[in-house]
Write a protein that binds this ligand. Structure first.
Ligand SMILES: NC(=O)C1=CN([C@@H]2O[C@H](COP(=O)(O)OP(=O)(O)OC[C@H]3O[C@@H](n4cnc5c(N)ncnc54)[C@H](OP(=O)(O)O)[C@@H]3O)[C@@H](O)[C@H]2O)C=CC1
Ligand SMILES: Nc1nc2c(ncn2[C@@H]2O[C@H](COP(=O)(O)O)[C@@H](O)[C@H]2O)c(=O)[nH]1
Length: 327
């Protein structure tokens, strides 16, 4: 048996501070061929990422992954990014046409720096075959594969050639996989990160379930190298989802990539659509995230993200928001 817990059940234990100012703490992370300001990437979803934001993220040294829901736009997107001297990071599926797409990239010498295989159930022969295909034709591209929820899956995808794996089946805010299928890491996502990280020999992305900035530090403590965030990023003025006003308050649309809304049909629906409270500017949130993470590093008693990985923790079942309910 293994311990079962989630983000809200854990508190990290502080160590003696060794910096004079939190501004001394370094939140940068090398991930694949590049180094980024923070270990956070917006979800590759249509209401979270678009081309304009991708350009802004790349130009400002943040990692991004473009979604795969406008297939024809992918090649012009890579070319545009490269013309501007920016890195290209795209997503693919596993259907037959994606094999030809990968070959087209190779034959036209349009090579993205990062590629993500974006599938609900990543522990499958289909994904393993696609990893091999991409690594054969685009060996220089840093390949992320997912999503998975077990150490066995992490090992198998790594062995097939994936450079990083993405962990999280069903913990997302608009996810209904756990309700519709009974499966997933929803409710124990942080424990799943811990299990998967122990087995991993390559980087791991913790995907889904991040509700507070403190959850980013917790993900790193339990072995994540990068953290994927959907709902917290969907809420900004610049986010691609529609802005709506309800009872005088502003909200942003946020829908699942497996929702009926995204798919245009009611088939294998495992996601829903909701409205998240409008949060102002994206740059303000990214700055706040970085400052909060710098503070986490100072509480860890270090100067960089590595120090967070070593801190002790306690399990405080569902109690960290006690006395803090009006947040
Ligand atoms: N992280 C998460 O928890 C989840 C994320 N999602 C997101 O939703 C989007 C759509 O995902 P997905 O449906 O995989 O993409 P696709 O609709 O592109 O499906 C990919 C392929 O895998 C097959 N497939 C999908 N799920 C399963 C399964 N459980 N068992 C066997 N075969 C399967 C599909 O066939 P067929 O459709 O005929 O079965 C299809 O051929 C993605 O962006 C994904 O990230 C969706 C659910 C969970
Ligand atoms: N089960 C589903 N999961 C989905 C769907 N669309 C996206 N996702 C996953 O959620 C995270 C974002 O989670 P959040 O808690 O930060 O909002 C995203 O990266 C996907 O892995 C879906 O339709 N069904």
């Amino acid at each position: 048996m293994f311990d079962v817990f989630d983000y809200e059940d854990i508190q990290l234990i502080p160590n003696k501070c060794i910096v004079k100012s939190r501004s001394e703490c370094d939140t940068s992370i090398q991930f694949g061929p590049k180094t980024f300001k923070i270990p956070v990437v917006p979800a590759n979803m249509q209401t979270v990422m678009n081309e304009e934001l991708a350009e802004w993220f790349a130009a400002n040294d943040y990692f991004y992954i473009m979604h795969r829901f406008d297939e024809a736009a992918r090649i012009p997107f890579i070319k545009k990014m490269h013309d501007k001297g920016l890195f290209a990071s795209i997503s693919v599926g596993v259907k037959d046409n994606e094999y030809a797409f990968v070959e087209e990239l190779k034959n036209s010498d349009i090579i993205p720096e990062y590629m993500t295989i974006d599938i609900a159930h990543g522990h499958s022969d289909q994904v393993i075959e696609m990893i091999k295909h991409i690594k054969k034709h685009l060996p220089g591209t840093f390949l992320i594969a997912g999503n998975v929820g077990t150490p066995e899956a992490v090992r198998e995808l790594e062995n097939a050639g994936a450079d990083a794996t993405k962990v999280g089946i069903g913990p997302g805010r608009v996810c209904i996989t756990k309700i519709k299928t009974g499966f997933g890491t929803g409710g124990w996502q942080l424990a799943a990160i811990k299990l998967c990280a122990k087995a991993a020999r390559k980087p791991i992305i913790a995907d889904g379930g991040i509700r507070t900035h403190g959850d980013i530090a917790k993900s790193i403590r339990f072995g994540a190298d990068m953290v994927m965030v959907g709902s917290l990023f969907a809420a900004h003025e610049e986010s691609p989802g529609e802005t709506v006003e309800l009872d005088g308050k502003l909200y942003k649309e946020y829908f699942g990539s497996a929702s009926e809304f995204q798919k245009g049909e009611k088939k294998n629906v495992e996601g829903k659509k909701m409205f998240v409270e409008h949060k102002g500017s994206l740059q303000d949130t990214l700055t706040e995230m970085q400052q909060d993470l710098q503070s986490s590093i100072s509480y860890a008693g270090g100067r960089d993200l590595e120090s967070i990985r070593k801190v002790d923790y306690v399990v405080v079942k569902n109690s960290i928001f006690n006395g803090d309910m009006d947040r």
